[in-house]
Design a binder for this molecule. Structure first.
Ligand SMILES: [Zn+2]
Length: 74
């Protein structure tokens, strides 16, 4: 059985073409959002973002966690 995929194909422009910046959850340095994917969960699809900071830390996490991190910055 094949599950339907909601992942946006590479190269597709969605919303903005500008790189989005945030803060690294690990070290607080400037980090770039490198990708956005919708992953299925038991509660339904959840949008995740890939984050890579200037110190090469790489994360994949739900966007709601990212929003909370951004709001927690001074
Ligand atoms: Zn970092």
């Amino acid at each position: 059985m094949t599950a339907p995929r909601n992942v946006v194909p590479a190269g597709t422009t969605v919303g903005t073409t500008l790189p989005e910046l945030t803060s690294c959850p690990e070290c607080g340095a400037t980090a770039e959002i490198t990708r956005r994917d919708v992953l299925e969960s038991t509660d339904g699809p959840i949008e995740h973002v890939g984050v890579r900071c200037v110190r090469k830390h790489v994360f994949l996490m739900p966007t709601f966690l990212l929003d909370r991190l951004v709001q927690s910055q001074p």
